[in-house]
Design a protein around this ligand. Structure first.
Ligand SMILES: [Zn+2]
Length: 207
């Protein structure tokens, strides 16, 4: 009996504004460039609740990067039940690109395992840490299982700009008072900085 060749798991992780989604979109464009639409076998997935940067008049069925690049995305509704993603897998899929995985329940680990076992390559993007600096959702477990991990930094540290003396922005921080880490927010709510400036800039969660 010939075992199916296992897929490869790649993780892009880092703070806010570290271009994780841009990396997924870039990969999608590389995998699909010049491929006729009916033969495209790479597909992006995202939780429907993550609608940052998507204007209400725009099509929500896409990934949108901070730089404005886009890729079509398959949405799933319930972040507590990412197994629904398996029901949405298009026939012949060879590569799954999953954005903002930190919002999903740990069930995503089983989903990724199932995809890899079918020989599907999986690329995950997500925040490694919450704004409090704690491990974010399923990300640590996904990193443990990954064949390749890219630790990204934001290009601008909000304290020191592009020339951060501490090597760049590896942390997310909260700009305004808020009640839960799961609050989806863009640049009004969160920023990125080096770990040395985090204590100064970060606004802790409200009680
Ligand atoms: Zn800095």
């Amino acid at each position: 009996m010939v075992e199916e060749q296992r897929g490869e798991l790649t993780v892009y992780q880092g703070p806010m504004f570290s271009d994780k989604t841009s990396k997924l979109i870039q990969l999608y464009l590389e995998l699909t460039e010049g491929v006729p639409e009916e033969e495209i076998n790479a597909h992006c997935f995202k939780w429907a609740g993550d609608n940052r940067y998507v204007d209400e008049h725009e099509d929500p069925n896409k990934l949108v990067a901070h730089n404005g690049a886009t890729a079509p995305a398959i949405l799933f509704e319930d972040k507590e039940n990412p197994k629904q993603l398996l029901k949405l897998v298009p026939k012949g899929m060879a590569h799954a690109l999953i954005d903002e995985a930190m919002f999903l329940s740990n069930e995503i680990i089983e989903v990724v395992e199932a995809l890899l076992a079918q020989g599907i390559n999986v690329t995950i993007a997500g925040l490694d840490k919450t704004a409090e600096g704690e491990p974010f959702g399923p990300m640590p477990e996904l990193v443990k299982k990954a064949d390749e991990v890219y630790n990204l930094k934001a290009s601008i540290c909000d304290k020191h700009g592009r020339q951060c003396p501490n090597g760049g922005a590896t942390r997310s921080y909260r700009k305004a008072p808020m009640k839960t880490t799961q609050t989806v927010g863009g640049k009004d709510a969160y920023g990125a900085c080096c770990v040395q400036s985090w204590g100064e800039l970060h606004v802790p969660l409200e009680e």
